[in-house]
Design a protein around this ligand. Structure first.
Ligand code: C5P
Length: 284
């Protein structure tokens, strides 16, 4: 049967490298990306077995939430209903390219797997996750992963250490709109040169020209991060958030106090351990 409440942290992600190819017949763009789960910025997802499904998340209609669709996909896979209440505490901004909604969906799968003692391994959860969205499979595993295909074919990787400051320009960007703008602009060769292992050799985001076109204020944010001491900057995924990279944590913390829209000092997170139980007693 079912246990009590299970809490899983849902980290933000950063694409240290995002090479994008031309639009394919399936409506998606092939990518070569290094995705890194972040320490320092996460949502919290609580899953509690209950007679009927509820998904509570401020600002998102429950049936539009990727967590709802993740539960649909999980129920379809195992062939039975899983009544549960999902409570999402948001800290990752939406439409920022930080993967918040995808991470919440993956955390919901991981938490439901534990709450209902389903015993599903990472490979099964990833297959279920891939049907929910391009980035969801990545978040089931977390850590650092090279992703290809439309972003769902994963290969374990190592992230270089970095001290990043996430900053948000105030408004969001729609992923499909950024990809549509990408289609109208000259593109870099895909996949192009093999990225090197260190931060400087990795950093690339082919969606930057498209995001700047849609949100010219991103140039101001880029300048603010550099003026605050960032030696490199990058757009997060399809935007709108950006990350500046600093020499050490103290420099990133100092920049946090002066960059408008500064959100969190971040670094690479460890890989998620699917088998660690974080169960908490059920609320009375
Ligand atoms: O898979 P997901 O729902 O996250 O993708 C949202 C949209 O972003 C897709 O409908 C597509 O327009 C665009 N996309 C893309 N190529 C990718 C990933 C997403 O064109 N590799």
């Amino acid at each position: 049967m079912s246990g009590g409440r299970v809490r899983v942290e849902a980290p933000a992600k950063l694409n240290l490298h995002l090479a994008v190819g031309a639009l394919a017949d399936d409506g998606y763009h092939p990518v070569r990306t290094l995705m890194v789960a972040l320490d320092g910025l996460s949502d919290t997802v609580d899953v509690t077995p209950a007679p009927a499904r509820r998904v509570r998340c401020p600002g998102v209609a429950e049936r539009h939430n990727l967590a709802w669709r993740a539960l649909d996909a999980l129920e379809a896979h195992i062939g039975r209903a899983l009544g549960c209440e999902v409570e999402i505490t948001k800290r990752i901004p939406a439409q920022a390219g930080l993967g918040g909604g995808s991470s919440d969906a993956a955390a919901t799968l991981v938490a439901a797997n534990r709450a209902f003692a389903l015993g599903l391994g990472a490979d099964v959860l990833e297959t279920v996750a891939a049907a929910v969205g391009s980035d969801v499979a990545f978040f089931v595993r977390g850590g650092a992963q090279w992703a290809t295909g439309r972003g769902e074919v994963l290969r374990a990787a190592a992230s270089p250490t970095f001290h990043g400051l996430v900053a948000h320009p105030g408004g969001g960007l729609s992923t499909p709109a950024v990809y549509r703008a990408f289609d109208t602009l000259p593109a870099a060769a895909f996949p192009g040169p093999e990225p090197g292992p260190d931060l400087d050799g990795l950093l690339r985001n082919d969606l930057w020209p498209a995001a700047r076109r849609l949100m010219p204020g991103l140039d101001d944010l880029d300048r603010a991060l550099r003026h605050a001491g960032a030696h490199r900057t990058i757009l997060c995924g399809s935007g709108s958030a950006m990350v500046g990279f600093f020499a050490d944590r103290a420099a990133a913390e100092r920049a946090r106090s002066i960059v408008p829209g500064a959100l969190a000092v971040v670094g690479p997170a460890a890989q998620r351990d699917l088998h660690t139980r974080w169960d908490e007693p059920s609320p009375v």
